[in-house]
Ligand binder design. Sequence first.
Ligand code: NAD
Ligand code: WQD
Length: 335
Amino acid sequence: MRVLVTGGCGYIGSHTIVELLNSNMEVIVVDNLVNSSLDVLDNIKKITGKKPTFYEYDMCDKEKLRSIFQKEKIDAVIHFAGLKAVSESVSKPLLYYKNNLFSTINLLECMEEFNVYKLVFSSSATVYGNPTHLPVTEDFPLKTTNPYGTTKLMIENILVDLYKANSKFDITILRYFNPIGAHKSGLIGENPKGIPNNLMPYLVNVALGKSEVLNIYGNDYKTIDGTGVRDYIHVCDLAYGHLLALKNSKSGFKIYNLGTGKPTSVLELVKMFEKVNKVPVKYQITNRRAGDIDACYTSPAKAFKELNFTCRYTLSDMCLDSYNFAKKSIDKESR
Ligand code: NAD
Ligand code: WQD
């Protein structure tokens, strides 16, 4: 199978490419490197011995995107490309709507024109808003709380309508929970540009002394210890989920939550990180972050039943691998 991976130089895309190449699929990548860098492809080669074909194009440029479909034989697309920082989406909504929606519509038009119908789309647990009860199943009502999340929900709705209009499409929507961790080699991982917003990259920076203290946003949530509870999933498990989605014999329109189903609080994650990495993490409790919710974790039942999806990695692996990648990146920078 020849798979076009959009946003393949990014965090989740790069790990997914490793899974695809290791299972002998051919990979073509399109990425404008707005939140990633080219050396990711060299590191993928170090891990797998193979380097995907690469196009440094902005997917908002339809003619450039179309030229890939003209040149390459494509059997399926995994669509990761997009902007994903929640707070930036609040301050720059038009940038988010333009980038995430235009790139997706261009992609879908090219797919239809060139008779490529198999698509896996990166959605997010953010489309559930503040779930009224837990665990979250795929049939929960959808509601978003920020422009980034709204782009995901709008794209989901576009895909629903597209499938209704053209049932040749074979579409899988994957709603990710909180991906953390990195490939065991430490060669690829999460490398956000600027100051990180998400918990794990920030925690890693504190452990490395790049930031002084981790702010824990509130300890008065209705959770086990008052700090926010999430469903952290190792990025390699998440990547494997994409392979299963591509190989799924069930065609049509499908939606799966990808998470472990295990709730973890901020404090539990910090304690696990300190324990397995044998490094102290200075933290302080601060005010709640606007828009945050008490708890969110999935029921993994549907993904298990229909995709045979299970998670191989533990919270301890996630903490070890995130730190290992960050330490290796620092070593490289200082050389
Ligand atoms: P990432 O930023 O590391 O990767 C996204 C990639 O898309 C980047 O390499 C970026 O350069 C590229 N890109 C963005 N706009 C583009 C454009 N117009 N044309 C070409 N390339 C473009 O993000 P990630 O964490 O790997 O996330 C991948 C996808 O999964 C995103 O769609 C994101 O919204 C979704 N997602 C991520 C998370 C998470 O916590 N990381 C959770 C749920 C959903
Ligand atoms: C996790 C927990 C924070 C940072 C976001 C997006 C979501 C999805 C995944 C893409 C919360 C707490 C965090 C910090 C903290 N992305 N925290 N101090 O908010 O669950 O989800 O990323 O789709 O759309 O909203 O993830 O990692 O930011 O926060 O205490 O410095 O850590 O309050 O409880 P979140 P997160």
